[in-house]
Design a protein around this ligand. Structure first.
Ligand code: DX5
Ligand code: ZN
Length: 213
């Protein structure tokens, strides 16, 4: 799965940005930041509702917010495909995952740069997606941290027969995507590498070509 991140697109033209990748992307990654969980402010539920009406692409909503228990179900009800919240922000990840699934969404758990994955490995059957940050959450355009792929390897080892997507987010580009795939990731977020390119659709094709068997 390739999920271009709108964080690197023109925020005044989000529908156009979705349209630019609609023939190539698997998911559209939407970075929701509340200037509290991370020191950056992006977009919220009203924009996600509008995007849902503007594109047929499945919306991969990455909630970098405090108190996801309060807000995340609204994204599921708005028709988001994946609703991914941060482990660091939630004291009942299993309860919230069940609520999201009950609301018709896939449930995702995100692990930020400084958080070990081990405490969460037992919870993976409750989730559809595990998002391993390969940077510190908050901003696009940061350098990929290869050491964080150890978390992908650890999760892939225990995932076994689970239908679990392991998604990587941060610094994914032509020079890093293969290492992430080798570690066991099968969903790739790319912001700068897609929307910073002259031709976003061609950038996705190039990334896909590097990881498709
Ligand atoms: C950052 C976001 C990422 C961001 C990645 O916290 O979660 O999705 O868009 O941007 P790049 O691909 O530029 O690292
Ligand atoms: Zn993201």
């Amino acid at each position: 799965m390739i999920a271009p991140s709108l964080l690197s697109a023109d925020f005044a033209r989000l529908a156009d940005a979705a349209q630019q990748v609609s023939g190539e992307a698997d998911w559209l990654h939407v970075d929701v930041m509340d200037n509290h969980f991370v020191p950056n402010l992006t977009i919220g539920l009203p924009v996600v509702k509008s995007l849902k009406a503007a594109t047929p692409l499945p919306l991969d909503c990455h909630l970098m917010i405090t108190d996801p228990k309060r807000w995340a179900p609204g994204y599921a009800e708005a028709g988001a495909y994946n609703v991914t919240f941060h482990a660091e922000a939630c004291d009942d990840p299993v309860g919230l995952a069940r609520d999201l699934r009950a609301a018709g969404a896939k449930a995702g758990l995100a692990i930020d740069r400084d958080t070990p994955v081990e405490p969460y490995l037992d919870l993976l059957p409750e989730f559809d997606t595990l998002l391993i940050m390969t940077i510190k959450a908050g901003f696009g355009g940061q350098a990929f941290i290869p050491e964080l792929l150890d978390k992908v390897r650890a999760a892939r080892r225990v995932a076994g027969d689970l239908e679990l997507r392991i998604e990587v987010d941060g610094g994914i580009a032509a020079d890093t995507i293969e290492a992430a795939a080798e570690a066991g990731a099968d969903a790739f977020v790319a912001g700068t590498a897609v929307y910073g390119a002259q031709d976003p659709a061609a950038a996705i094709r190039r990334l896909r070509g590097l990881v498709d068997d």
